[in-house]
Design a protein around this ligand. Structure first.
Ligand SMILES: [Zn+2]
Ligand SMILES: [Zn+2]
Length: 244
């Protein structure tokens, strides 16, 4: 942090004290809202265990390489998908507020989690492009806010990799995934995404960013479009994973 940024943070802290959304106390983390105690309560997923492909956690202690039934039945187009933590508790509240109440002040706190997960589960230096899961242009216009773009841009800056918000588009507006079953999600989202600039993604190692992963159908369809355009690797990282 530069001297100027530090000074600005101190002035902003004095003007607008940062209250922790978890416990309501003043935050003791510089420039952040979550206090250390609440931040540590978010149980991030360990590096090992769970499905090698989609990251789905399993009961018990798995030490060998394992691929879950869902990935065996429908092999996803992404090479690996991981989430920072479970979609529960404070993280659930923060993720929903960030998405629907445009609480951009949470971006740094949430990016801390993404950055930790990017280092734990991927090799940031190998990433050529960070790409957010896009909204359909009509929805983007109506909401004027895509939470995944904010997260992708912030993460890209932290890990020093370029963020590309123009090469992948959602060309079909689909009903909200949230209430659909896993098979319905797959048909609902099928071919909803399209790589607009194939020359930008061809031969590249791409990290896709979204806020929440449930069945992985959205990430899978984004990866399909990117792989179709020639992407070499598609990794996917989300803040949280909701149990489907
Ligand atoms: Zn707290
Ligand atoms: Zn899996």
């Amino acid at each position: 942090m530069s001297v100027l940024t530090k000074a600005t943070t101190h002035i902003l802290d004095w003007l607008f004290p940062r209250k922790c959304p978890g416990c309501g106390e003043l935050s003791d983390r510089a420039g952040r809202h979550w206090c250390w105690s609440c931040f540590r309560k978010i149980e991030t997923f360990p590096q090992h265990g769970g499905c090698e492909r989609c990251g789905q956690r399993t009961e018990g202690n798995i030490t060998h390489t394992f691929v879950c039934g869902a990935c065996l039945n429908h092999p996803p187009h992404f090479d690996r998908a991981r989430a920072a933590a479970d979609f529960s508790g404070n993280l659930r509240e923060m993720t929903l507020a960030f998405k629907y109440q445009r609480s951009t002040w949470m971006c740094d706190d949430l990016t801390d989690l993404l950055e930790g997960a990017a280092h734990a589960h991927f090799q940031p230096a190998a990433i050529d492009l960070v790409i957010p899961v896009p909204l359909h242009k009509l929805r983007q216009r109506a909401r004027s806010y895509n939470q995944s773009t904010h997260l992708a841009e912030a993460l890209a800056q932290r890990i020093g990799r370029p963020c590309d918000t123009r090469s992948l588009a959602r060309t079909r507006d689909t009903p909200q995934q949230a209430r659909l079953s896993a098979p319905r999600r797959r048909t609902n989202i099928a071919h909803a995404f399209h790589a607009l600039r194939p020359e930008r993604v061809a031969q590249r190692h791409i990290l896709l960013i979204d806020d929440v992963m449930t069945t992985g159908a959205t990430l899978d369809d984004c990866a399909r479009a990117l792989k179709h355009a020639g992407a070499r690797t598609v990794w996917a990282l989300t803040l949280a994973r909701r149990q489907s």
